[in-house]
Design a protein around this ligand. Structure first.
Ligand code: COS
Length: 381
């Protein structure tokens, strides 16, 4: 649902210009320094990018899902580490509070996330609990007016910079399944939190991830999000939305790769003419364009469905599966069109080829999306 097309067009034009004029030229610096430059961090705050999805009464822009997808597609047209910095505040790091938080939690945390003053992160994955998220072992034991957290979380995006951690932990030791899990807001500076070294990764340099360990970490009881035992369900709802957002990012990345490949193919001459005039190159361009268009349509359609309040668990997983795999194929063709140059670091396609690989892994692997789709088909039948 688009509430006001003109306002959205203005926002998209502003963000599109920011991407082209500020972020794209800073891509190499981001890759080399492995951090988002401070001045760009500040500009992102001023543009309101940290609060795109946070309701207006808490200082955000309160975008609908369809509006958010349009923004995700714009932000996808540059290095994904830029999007990743604002992504957790808009998505998996804040959504549990938006969906299920108390009024006091909303008032305390959401305005700080929306302004970018505080960064949040989502702590579900553990060394022994990746795809099988419900088997997580981090515990939260109630001790009077607080819970004591113990356990380790892995590959947590934005944890090195985060002011709060949305931690899923087991409150019911007698229930080792999904219903024994609760969700907490843990503030940086609470005793017993240790951050691991920043992970070295295949791509997405500048998107910082690390392990987070909790050792007898006292969390005030009022920082539980929702009721005991609701944490896993809330996390799944958060991921339904997150997976759709990532699908939008994948579409944006594919569109950027297609633009770069087309540009190169029109400039590069072989056999006496631009390679764009060679039919085998045209086939790669056409296949990429077709798949990216199909992806764009399915993501927007699913976003509109969510905006009407319908359940989109199946569709969101289908979008994540198709869009992530599609971006992988498009990146591969973009490198192929560039030939030997596509393997060289001076061309953005080399970096994007590594960056898109994560799309098929995070917020649920492609195989987990297949499982979610099939389970929902069976359930619905
Ligand atoms: N919305 C609401 N509730 C949901 C839900 C959703 N999308 N998905 C599951 N649930 C509920 C189920 O209905 C069930 O509730 P009941 O206790 O009332 O029956 C409960 O959650 C447990 O669900 P389920 O039995 O399906 O859990 P499983 O352990 O079998 O598996 C999967 C769930 C595999 C889908 C889940 O673990 C998953 O998504 N894994 C990937 C994790 C992931 O994406 N990690 C990335 C981390 S963030 S970068």
């Amino acid at each position: 649902m688009i509430r006001d097309q003109e306002t959205l067009d203005q926002l998209l034009a502003l963000i599109g210009r920011f991407v082209r004029e500020r972020l794209v030229p800073a891509e190499n610096r981001l890759a080399e320094d492995e951090r988002v430059p401070d001045e760009i961090f500040e500009e992102m705050k001023q543009l309101g990018l940290f609060g795109l999805t946070i309701p207006e009464q808490y200082g955000g822009l309160g975008l609908t899902m369809e509006e958010e997808i349009h923004v995700a597609m714009e932000l996808g047209k540059t290095s994904p580490a830029f999007r990743s910095l604002v992504g957790t505040n808009n998505g998996i790091g804040s959504a549990a509070i938006v969906f299920n938080g108390t009024e006091a939690q909303k008032q305390k945390y959401l305005p700080r996330y929306a302004s970018g003053e505080w960064l949040s992160c989502f702590c579900l994955t553990e060394p022994e609990a990746g795809s099988d998220a419900a088997s997580l072992r981090t515990t939260a034991r109630r001790r009077g007016d607080h819970y004591l957290l113990n356990g380790a979380k892995r590959f947590i995006t934005n944890a090195p910079l985060a002011h709060t951690f949305n931690v899923m932990a087991r409150t019911d030791p007698d229930n080792q399944g999904a219903r024994g899990i609760s969700s907490f807001i843990v503030e940086r500076g609470t005793p017993g939190i240790t951050l691991g070294a920043v992970d070295r990764k295949m791509g997405q340099a500048g998107s910082l991830t690390c392990d987070v360990t909790f050792e007898d970490c006292p969390v005030p009881a009022e920082n539980i999000i929702g009721e005991e035992g609701e944490g896993f369900i809330t996390a799944m709802k958060v991921l339904d939305r997150g997976r759709l957002h990532i699908s939008g990012v994948a579409v944006g990345m594919a569109e950027r790769l297609i633009a770069d490949a087309l540009d190169y193919a029109m400039q590069r001459k072989q056999f006496g003419k631009p390679i764009a005039e060679q039919q085998l190159v045209q086939a790669m361009l056409a296949d990429s364009r077709t798949e990216a268009w199909a992806a764009r349509c399915m993501v927007l359609e699913t976003a509109r469905k969510r905006d009407t309040g319908e359940n989109i668990t199946l569709e969101s997983a289908a979008c994540k599966l198709f869009c992530a795999e599609m971006a992988g194929r498009v990146a591969d063709r973009a490198v192929q069109i560039h030939g030997g140059s596509g393997y060289m670091a001076e061309f953005a396609v080399e970096r994007f080829y590594r960056d898109v690989r994560l799309l098929r892994l995070y917020e649920g692997t492609s195989q987990i999306q297949q499982l979610v789709i099939a389970r929902n088909m069976i359930g619905n039948a």
